[in-house]
Design a protein around this ligand. Structure first.
Ligand code: ZN
Length: 411
């Protein structure tokens, strides 16, 4: 998806302003000898920015307007080191609400809906983003914030909420709770707008069927406004991205080069009109791809696939980029397997090998099944792995994030 002439002009304007205010970012551009952009080639030469750069600018080094114009800050989670502070002007806040309103409209949500908001409020961008967009739409907001499931469900019934906004894990928890209490007929939900953390088809189907709702994936990150820069439409064929506010590229995370449309890689975002803290070529580490062609809904806004992982998880084997998600999708086709798996890469006799460990119970023919899985993986990624089947419970489990890929090639 090439950057358009108009987008190039917008980026150039951003660069001129950054150079002029000479904030953290302006200095970075100056050091890189950047004076502006007027062509696709020049754009592709612009340096990337990383989360670490944003951390180095802590606390207010990203501010690109006089302080009188800043009306709010948000911060991305500081669980790993220094947080990132993003200043917003009144226009930034309004632009974000406009984008979010458009998200709701793409999901077919109107001012007759009652939107229950369960993501958190505060430094984080989630809750307040959902709220501002809903108010701009004219819908009735039920601003619950996270947790307190009893009250959450009570309000959902009493207020007859028609839309739930949540993370996939919280939506699942609510769905299970509603099922358990047998109160599905007292719940009036029709739609769910779900934050774009990576979630599998099994969870999706479960939430959708237990709550009897349509699900929409929303995308965004605190560094770039927050959630609301794109959403899936009712055809559920990827998320439309608002390219009048942001320009999105997909790069090969190893080489930094743009990949052709349709191929998976890392999402890189450039803000086009942001005032408080513009970002140029910001590496998100989220993995997706541009979906080529036109969406059945007719919208011209470009589409990306739902997020399939983090670039840190990518494996390069025999020159091919492989994401754990692709293997996971193959394994999902085998109902006999548990949800656990492990991928081990090693270098034997001068060539790379991939071993995939999966779990099942004793009732299947291990050898036969291993062969079926290996050929299914081969047809998906073009590479034949060695598949080892083990008894359920053998693979390691952890309460947090289980490490599923072990690369022993460079040990
Ligand atoms: Zn569409």
């Amino acid at each position: 998806m090439k950057i358009s002439e108009k987008q190039l002009q917008q980026v150039d304007k951003q660069i001129q302003r950054l150079l002029q205010v000479n904030n953290f970012y302006g200095q970075k551009l100056r050091e890189a000898g950047i004076k502006g952009v007027s062509s696709v080639e020049e754009f592709q030469q612009l340096p990337f920015s990383q989360k670490q750069d944003l951390r180095d600018a802590y606390p207010l080094g990203l501010m690109a307007v006089p302080e009188e114009e800043v009306v709010r800050i948000h911060s991305s989670s500081g669980t790993t080191g220094t947080p990132v502070i993003i200043p917003y002007t009144a226009k930034d806040v309004d632009d974000w609400a406009e984008m979010f309103k458009r998200c709701y409209e793409f999901a077919g949500i109107t001012n007759r809906d009652r939107i229950q908001i369960t993501p958190g409020y505060g430094l984080w961008t989630a809750g307040i983003g959902f709220q501002n967009g809903a108010e701009k739409l004219g819908a009735m907001v039920v601003p619950m914030g996270p947790g307190n499931t009893n009250k959450q469900i009570q309000m959902m019934m009493d207020m007859k909420s028609t839309v739930i906004t949540a993370t996939s894990s919280y939506a699942l928890l609510l769905a299970e709770e509603i099922e358990k209490r047998g109160i599905k007929d007292k719940v009036h939900l029709k739609k769910g707008v779900i934050g774009s953390e990576r979630w599998g088809k099994k969870i999706r189907d479960r939430i959708s069927s237990e709550l009897g709702i349509e699900l929409y994936d929303i995308y965004g990150l605190t560094e770039i406004y927050g959630p609301g820069i794109g959403i899936s439409c009712k055809y559920d064929k990827g998320m439309h991205i608002w390219d009048d506010y942001v320009y999105l590229e997909i790069i090969d995370p190893k080489t930094g080069e743009n990949v052709p449309d349709g191929e998976f890689g890392e999402i890189v975002i450039t803000t086009l009109v942001k005032e408080g803290a513009p970002l140029i070529r910001y590496r998100t580490h989220d993995i997706s791809r541009i979906i080529p062609g036109q969406c059945p809904c007719g919208s011209q806004f470009p589409r990306i696939d739902i997020i399939s992982g983090r670039s840190d998880d990518m494996i390069k084997i025999k020159g091919v980029n492989v994401f754990p998600k692709q293997i996971e999708e193959v394994l999902e086709g085998f109902p006999e397997l548990s949800s656990e798996y492990q991928i081990r890469l090693s270098h034997l006799d001068g060539k790379d090998t991939m071993r995939i460990y999966v779990e099942t119970n004793g009732s299947v023919n291990f050898l036969e099944m291993a062969g079926q899985i290996a050929s299914a993986v081969k047809s998906k990624i073009g590479f034949t792995p060695l598949v080892k089947i083990v008894e359920i419970g053998i693979l390691p489990r952890s309460e947090k994030k289980t490490k599923r890929v072990i690369d022993e090639r460079y040990d």
